[in-house]
Ligand binder design. Structure first.
Ligand SMILES: NC(=O)c1ccc[n+]([C@@H]2O[C@H](COP(=O)([O-])OP(=O)(O)OC[C@H]3O[C@@H](n4cnc5c(N)ncnc54)[C@H](O)[C@@H]3O)[C@@H](O)[C@H]2O)c1
Length: 313
């Protein structure tokens, strides 16, 4: 699918914005950027070099890729001028986001769509930054957005459906997998799933059931591996021996009810944090942040390539 525009903007080029910018450039878009940090342009250009190598390995770089298509501007008003799609990735603070929206709204092109990457703020609160919020929606990625396919889309009754359709098409031309969130709840869908699993992982560590390292291992060598190929409903349907998810519930429903009743409830208080810090130190075995991030991305690329091959695309 080819969209009728080739010019987008990225506002905020930190962890998420630099990754989005890399992907949009790799897909041949011209990218305008704005970030008030003094070293933002230098950091983003250096991030793009690494991301470009990774995207090239995945066969995700279009022939039009050219880092010169990234242009930094001194103000957000200039950055959004004439573009059809804006991805906002500024800090997770309501006043910063709403102030930015009210600054740029008048200069947006007619029918331009503005998507926020917010992980946890509510669309209904963010809409207060606009006089007309109809072209504003949630386009929530997973870190790093240039590698992880998921983007969660959400609007509400003030959102123009055409804006959501355009965003969906745009993300899909960039190789993303979109889902539609129909009801606004804190943290959307995927982060709620992560939060539920992490709560129990912390509880197991805090209760001394297993070490932090072994809990992480239990996830990556067990359910995590399966979840990268199918979701929990489909997998449990397959766990029925052929009778489907109804049969699975009949067989194992009582067990799950007992397990759910025994799940832990935790707080990230100093004692719990100490358990996690010490446990993770043992798991890291001296590897530093850069090494671990490289290992994560390398393995992610290997999984993405294998899945791509298995699905025959
Ligand atoms: N980090 C994650 O794992 C993750 C994942 C998905 C979504 N998000 C969401 O993405 C957004 C950005 O998060 P991040 O982790 O990239 O944060 P970050 O702190 O790494 O980056 C934010 C950037 O915004 C810049 N900035 C500050 N004020 C600005 C303004 N008025 N206009 C433009 N830029 C401004 C900062 O200089 C910084 O470079 C947040 O809403 C967050 O919830 C984060």
């Amino acid at each position: 699918m080819t969209l009728a525009f080739d010019h987008v903007a990225v506002l905020g080029t930190g962890v998420i914005g630099a990754s989005w910018a890399s992907l949009f450039l790799a897909k041949g878009y011209r990218v305008n950027a704005y970030d008030p940090a003094a070293d933002a342009e230098q950091n983003t250009r250096s991030y793009i070099q690494t991301a470009w190598t990774q995207l090239q390995e995945l066969g995700q770089v279009s022939a039009d890729f050219d880092p010169k298509r990234l242009r930094f501007f001194d103000t957000p008003e200039e950055a959004v001028k004439g573009v059809q799609f804006v991805q906002e990735n500024v800090p997770e603070k309501l006043p910063i986001k709403t102030e930015l929206y009210s600054r740029i709204e008048a200069g947006l092109a007619p029918n331009a769509v503005l998507a926020t990457s917010t992980s946890g703020l509510l669309i209904k609160d963010l809409q207060k930054g606009f006089r007309d919020p109809s072209r504003f929606l949630l386009g929530h990625p997973f870190n790093p957005p240039h590698l992880i396919p998921l983007v969660e889309l959400l609007g509400n009754d003030l959102t123009d459906e055409a804006a959501i359709t355009l965003a969906k098409e745009f993300y899909e031309t960039c190789g993303k997998v979109t889902i539609r969130v129909h009801k606004e709840v804190p943290a959307h869908v995927a982060n709620r799933l992560q939060a539920a699993v992490w709560r129990e992982a912390i509880s197991l560590a805090a209760e001394g059931v297993a070490s932090v390292e072994d809990i992480d291992k239990a996830m990556t060598a067990g359910p995590g591996l399966r979840w990268s190929v199918m979701g929990p409903h489909m997998l449990f349907g397959l766990g029925s021996g052929g009778g489907g998810i109804g049969e699975f519930c009949a067989r194992y429903g009582d067990s799950f009810h007992r397990w759910w009743d025994s799940l832990g409830s935790v707080q990230l208080n100093p004692e719990t944090i100490k358990t996690l810090v010490e446990g993770l130190k043992a798991e890291e075995k001296g590897r530093d942040f850069a090494n671990l991030a490289q290992e994560r991305d390398c393995k992610l690329i290997a999984v993405l390539k294998a899945l791509d091959k298995a699905s025959g695309s």
